[in-house]
Design a protein around this ligand. Structure first.
Ligand SMILES: [Zn+2]
Ligand SMILES: [Zn+2]
Length: 330
């Protein structure tokens, strides 16, 4: 099969992946083999190929927003011909303290799709069936793919931030995840304040119905109840904190931050303000968000790339050159 492979020893900036032929994977018991119809590109993929996250596999096929058709199955629940989506959480041990306490996103022995095991920048991918989300066969794979991480994690961020209907919510950054989260927030009648660098992202936020849009140095005109930060920058987190009312929450939707700068506790955190991180997702988050996305008919803006141009797809995420989610279509 054709696949885009990351090898930490051979990777160079802009040419992170090499495209070549690999043997088609063979599904183990409990797994299904997917013919990949589309695979979304996430900022986490960029963190992996740029070495911000430690390398686990010497040769890795990235990609954790996979929409595929089951072509080989070892489980009755997902027969051949059915369609499934796979996200970042590719498996858990099921018996650690966190799994036993409904926190499988924090599992001590997790499997991460496209990181600790091969992902979807390829023609085929073998995945654990119990972590595959059944999808309707009439859905457009290219439009579903960005929902599977950007969408689910964005949705989890709203949960972790504790967003209530009608609240004032700040979104710091307006890439793939934020542009999906705003659609959920609008259905909850929230007023959304978007702070983002990049003229095109500000325009997109305005066109998606943001109440107020500002550049990276701007300050929302009202105190925020909640803020979600998407940029991999600690400075942005502190900026969001400074915009909160007492008791407000900043949720950090980023697997990697450059650094948290020192900040004034008395002014910024005192008053029961909170900073929370978002780690991974649960299968419940995935199921709930996919259901909401279908109900709200969330259709992300997408930019398709053929597999041979996987590096360009990553570059588009890195440089924020596209107004839409990069999706690889093998
Ligand atoms: Zn566990
Ligand atoms: Zn992701």
């Amino acid at each position: 099969m054709r696949a885009a492979v990351y090898a930490s020893t051979q990777s160079a900036p802009g040419k992170w992946l090499s495209i070549g032929d690999l043997p088609r994977p063979v599904p183990l018991p409990g797994e299904v083999l997917l013919k990949v119809l589309a695979c979304g590109v996430c900022r986490t993929d960029l963190h992996i190929v740029e070495g911000d996250l430690p390398s686990i596999q010497p040769h890795l096929i990235p990609g954790h927003q996979i929409v595929g058709e089951v072509v080989e199955s070892t489980v009755p629940a997902l027969p051949v011909g059915s369609r499934a989506g796979v996200s970042w959480m590719g498996g858990v041990d099921g018996d650690c303290w966190f799994c036993r306490h409904q926190m499988e996103n924090l599992c001590d022995h997790p499997v991460f799709t496209g990181y600790s095991r091969n992902g979807g920048y390829a023609e085929f991918a073998s995945v654990r069936a119990d972590f595959a989300i059944r999808l309707p066969t009439d859905s457009d794979p290219i439009q579903i793919a960005p929902l599977l991480c950007a969408g689910i994690i964005g949705f989890r961020s709203l949960r972790v931030a504790g967003v209530q209907p009608g609240e004032r919510v700040g979104l710091y950054g307006f890439g793939s995840s934020a542009s999906l989260a705003i659609q959920v927030l609008q259905s909850w009648n929230c007023a959304v304040y978007v702070i983002t660098r990049g003229e095109s992202h500000r325009k997109m936020a305005a066109s998606r119905g943001a109440t107020w849009v500002g550049d990276e140095d701007a300050r929302p005109p009202v105190p925020l109840d909640r803020a979600i930060t998407f940029a991999p920058s600690g400075k942005v987190v502190v900026g969001a904190l400074s915009a909160l009312r007492k008791g407000g929450v900043v949720a950090i939707n980023a697997i990697h931050l450059d650094q948290m700068p020192a900040f004034d506790y008395d002014k910024l955190l005192w008053g029961e303000r909170q900073i929370r991180s978002i780690a991974n997702m649960t299968r419940e988050d995935a199921r709930d968000f996919i259901a909401i996305a279908q109900e709200l008919r969330i259709r992300p803006a997408v930019v398709p790339f053929p597999l041979e141009r996987a590096n360009d797809a990553l570059a588009a995420v890195k440089h924020e050159t596209e107004n839409g989610s990069s999706v690889i279509v093998p």
